[in-house]
Design a protein around this ligand. Structure first.
Ligand code: ADP
Ligand code: GLC
Length: 470
């Protein structure tokens, strides 16, 4: 099959979260399975430094009342061809979606132009495209444009939309439809006016990134107002669990680590823990080290975690290292925890790929008490790194981590989104850590889990095939 991803992130080029890991991991696995995969993404300011081939294409097209011109530059990541849509005014900015505090006010025009440009580019290729695969709201409009505007070149192409996160939708007002090149009468009156809703409405098939989250999206509040649309798509709406790229996430071969290790010999993991303590100036301790690498947002459960840690760090000698960037409403109290518990708590503000691997490897436990989680990759990475995940039973977390009450336990799972339930889970972790034999067996079982992209890509291939033959 010839498959084109229209996406806003790709690991190795631009990443704000797991979307980038997912687009790269899936593209690679599909390519290895013999399909011709290409990536189309914006050329953000951060990408002006990367090398592109000298040849480039120019595109001119109309959208609504506007005429746009942009260039398409070409590069290659991990043997996968990437086309970068260049439009200085829209994309040559330091950050992809916001100025650090507020979303850019012209996101609607930016991503509408991106979607149209991506299809213009595909329409010019001589070989037909089988699957145009969009990811999240940023590419959702391409489904409408494909249906409305490309009856020639892309007549037989099907549009698949993957919802990585249903909470981000990019709303608009009906008066802005003209800006998107759409007219009032085309839209069902009851359709919510968000880009994600438009994508769900027009896509030939829709999936999300875990079976658990798929089921949650059939009702509110998880669907964020779009449950009716997910229900309408039900027959063509799948939950396909993300994978892990074990060539990049393997403690036995990970050269960003201070020392390497595997399930048979964990000495290197002990060295990684000692090194992180040294780097962060946390004292040596026999108490467990809890870690987290996360976007610091409401989704990730910081409203529960901060008060629970306040209690936990007061009552115990456990240590916690949190790495992340995000919302000030959570960053400020995390900074306060650091002041209040200088021997026990560190906030590593920022994101750095090698350091994220080091933190992942150093922990005894990985904290992921998300309020909702479409799939989650960090708990999958932490399983492989022997860092026992502590998660809330939601979405993909529920699908990937088995709680202590089961014989096949791989982590600690709690259900209620309350500070008490999380506090209780933290105490369970402490008790587990004190029972060395039991801790080891949970850890070993976790390290043996396999959630690879080969399995996921086989499910996507089946999904593509049934979409093409529908
Ligand atoms: P989400 O996509 O919701 O953030 P996932 O667990 O699916 O959650 O994926 C997280 C991925 O993003 C991991 O590779 C993690 O290391 C990375 N990551 C975490 N925090 C940040 C951040 N602040 N900036 C960029 N990447 C981050
Ligand atoms: C989103 C979700 C996360 C998922 C990732 C990749 O960012 O929040 O749960 O793992 O996309 O699909």
């Amino acid at each position: 099959m010839r498959v084109a991803f229209i996406c806003s992130e790709f690991e190795g080029l631009l990443k704000t979260g797991g979307l980038a890991d997912a687009t790269r991991g899936l593209a690679k696995a599909l390519q290895q399975a013999g399909h011709a995969v290409q990536i189309i993404m914006p050329r953000y300011g951060a990408l002006y430094g990367i090398s592109c081939t000298p040849e480039w294409q120019s595109l001119y097209f109309n959208l609504g009342t506007q005429t746009y011109g942009c260039a398409v530059r070409h590069t290659v990541v991990d043997d996968i061809p990437v086309a970068l849509i260049e439009h200085h005014q829209f994309f040559q900015r330091p950050r992809p979606y916001d100025d650090g505090e507020q979303p850019y006010p012209d996101n609607l025009e930016r991503f509408a132009m991106f979607c149209k440009a991506a299809l213009e580019y595909l329409a010019q290729q001589t070989d037909p495209i089988d699957i145009v695969h969009g990811h999240d709201w940023q590419s959702a409009l391409a489904s409408c444009y494909l249906k409305e505007m490309y009856h020639g070149a892309l007549l037989n192409s099907k549009f698949v939309l993957t919802v990585h996160n249903a909470a981000y939708q990019q709303g608009f007002g009906r008066h802005e439809l003209a800006l998107l090149g759409l007219s009032h009468w085309q839209l069902p009156a009851e359709l919510p006016t968000t880009l994600l809703a438009l994508g769900l409405w027009q896509a030939d098939a829709v999936n999300t990134v875990s079976p658990g989250y798929r089921d949650e999206l059939l009702s509110e509040p998880a669907a964020n107002g779009l449950s009716a649309l997910y229900q309408q798509k039900q027959r063509h709406f799948r939950g396909i669990l993300n994978g892990c790229d074990y060539s990049r996430w393997n403690p036995a071969t990970d050269f960003s680590l201070f020392a390497r290790y595997d399930a048979g010999d964990l000495a290197g993991k002990t060295l990684c823990k000692a090194e992180l303590r040294r780097q962060t100036q946390l004292p040596e301790s026999t108490a467990p080290l809890f870690v987290s690498v996360s976007r610091v947002t409401g989704q990730k459960g910081f409203s529960l975690l901060i008060p629970a840690l306040q209690r936990f760090l007061t009552d115990t000698t456990a240590q916690v290292v949190v790495m992340g960037t995000g919302e000030q409403q959570f960053i400020q109290p995390l900074r306060q925890l650091e002041q209040q518990f200088p021997q026990q708590f560190r906030l590593l503000e920022g994101f750095d790929e090698p350091l994220s691997h080091q933190v992942e490897a150093a922990g005894d436990f990985f904290l992921m008490p998300s309020l909702f989680e479409p799939c989650g990759l960090n708990q999958i990475y932490s399983l492989r790194y022997g860092t026992v995940p502590l998660v809330r039973a939601t979405g993909g977390l529920k699908d990937t981590v088995v709680g202590l009450s089961a014989r096949a336990a791989t982590g600690i799972v709690f259900s209620e989104p309350t500070v008490d339930a999380l506090s209780d889970a933290l105490q369970q972790a402490l008790a587990l850590y004190q029972n060395k034999r039991k801790y080891r067996s949970v850890q070993q079982r976790g390290m043996a889990q396999v959630f690879d992209w080969q399995q996921a890509s086989a499910a996507y291939q089946d999904f593509y095939q049934s979409t093409l033959s529908a």
